[in-house]
Design a protein around this ligand. Structure first.
Ligand code: FDA
Length: 391
């Protein structure tokens, strides 16, 4: 038996459900085909179970893409305030945590329930637990074949996300499908991911569990947040942020004393000559980290016994400590994917393929990646909305 729809959306994640509810509200008959038994799996685990569902500082410069202008249209037509209105309309309590990040007071489950309810009210249908065997196009309609039968529609939306966290079933399905229809894919890389250290930097791995407020940078990208030392290398929000800009072989830099003026060690030597260097470093840093840095700098004893030249060199190094990560923890630990279906293939207004009218791609499947902090969901909502308005 074949079921006909106006549009089939592949993937009941953040982008797919937003797209379905918007298209349904406009009277479209929409089917969401999802391989897992339940919708919104990544929403449920997001934000430590509280879903950092948007960021009030959303702006195009918070996104990484081969075409930085691509996000502008969709983001301007669906803002954090729009999503917040939806959240408040469902009586979901929320709070701003830090840096404009909005979280549920209760649980991420509330966001999933809200979206499922909205899709239902808009007349959308879920086909859950579906293994997609094939997708084809006969020149007029798309046909999706699953173990439950054949579904056809004039419009098909790829909303199956990226390959981050394969344990949850994430794959490169979106890219394979895009390529099947002749669309280019920008090489995907793990992003918002811990980085690993080896060799020279082994000493830092002894600091597993220690975190500190730093400025981390990779190339021109700079983030002031916490960095965390792990038994494999570096993590914490500052590192996750720079990981999206890092490429294998590059180094990253950490400013361990972001608030100190340029000559602070020399000033301290003048003012407190008998003070031990370790003690001074320990003033702004966790003790174990201060000890490792002093050891690496081969500095010990009172400040008055250390030559100005060495203190100047130490200041310089502490403000731009270079690490060359041996790698990242890969898609297994990456929150998102940089790269994906090339934006050059899509209309930024509708997310429709320029080559294949009727085929659309939204959310993480597309070569658009947000910073850490709710930006990735805002892209999912905004691109889903733009597409839903066009179906
Ligand atoms: P998403 O991955 O949500 O949905 C894709 C759907 O397609 C899934 O339901 C999947 O099962 C389905 N699917 C895949 N292949 C299929 C196939 N072959 N057939 C049928 N269905 C298929 N972002 C943020 O802004 N704030 C946050 O707090 C967090 N926190 C966070 C924590 C963790 C641990 C991770 C891994 C990620 C985050 N993120 C985040 C990122 C965020 O989860 C991500 O950007 C969005 O979920 C992307 O939404 P999509 O709808 O594009 O994909």
């Amino acid at each position: 038996m074949t079921d006909h729809y106006d549009a089939i959306i592949l993937g009941a994640g953040a982008a797919g459900m937003m797209c379905a509810l918007r298209a349904g509200q406009r009277g479209r008959r929409v089917l969401i085909v999802e391989k897992l038994a339940r919708p919104g799996a990544k929403i449920l685990i997001s934000g430590g179970g509280r879903c950092n569902f948007t960021n009030i500082h959303t702006a195009p410069d918070r996104f990484i893409s081969a075409n930085p202008h691509f996000v502008k249209s969709a983001l301007s037509r669906y803002t954090p305030r729009d999503f917040l209105s939806l959240v408040e309309g469902h009586g979901i309590a929320w709070h701003e945590k830090t840096l404009g990040q909005l979280f549920c007071d209760g649980s991420a489950r509330q966001i999933v329930d809200m979206l499922v309810e909205e899709v239902g009210q808009a007349g959308g249908t879920f086909a859950l637990g579906q293994e997609i065997a094939s997708v084809s196009h006969d020149g007029e309609r798309f046909t999706v074949e699953t173990q439950d039968g054949l579904f056809t529609a004039q419009k098909l939306v790829i909303a199956t996300g990226g390959p981050s966290i394969p344990k949850m079933g994430a794959t490169g399905f979106a890219y394979d499908l895009a390529r099947q229809f002749g669309l280019k894919v920008v090489e995907p890389r793990p992003a918002l991911v811990p980085l690993t250290l080896k060799g020279e930097d082994l000493l830092f791995r002894e600091l597993s569990g220690v975190s500190s407020d730093v400025i981390a940078s990779a190339g021109k990208a700079q983030f002031r947040e916490a960095a965390l030392f792990t038994h494999r290398g570096l993590s914490g929000p500052a590192i996750l942020q720079v990981s999206s800009f890092w490429r294998p072989g590059d180094s990253i830099a950490i400013d361990f004393f972001p608030d100190r003026p340029a000559d602070w060690l020399l000033t301290a030597k003048r003012e407190e000559p008998r003070r031990a260097i370790r003690n001074l470093l320990g003033e702004g840093l966790p003790e174990r980290l201060a000890a490792v840095l002093a050891e690496k700098l081969a500095l010990d004893g009172p400040l008055q016994e250390i030559a100005d030249k060495r203190l100047r060199a130490a200041q310089e190094r502490l403000s731009r400590w270079a690490f060359t990560p041996s790698g990242s923890e890969g898609f297994a630990k990456a929150e998102v994917t940089v790269g994906g279906i090339a934006t050059a293939e899509l209309s930024s207004q509708t997310m429709e393929s320029k080559k294949r009218p009727g085929l659309y791609a939204i959310g993480e499947a597309v070569d658009v990646t947000g910073w850490l902090g709710g930006y990735n969901f805002q892209w999912a909502w905004a691109s889903g909305n733009a597409c839903g308005l066009a179906l």
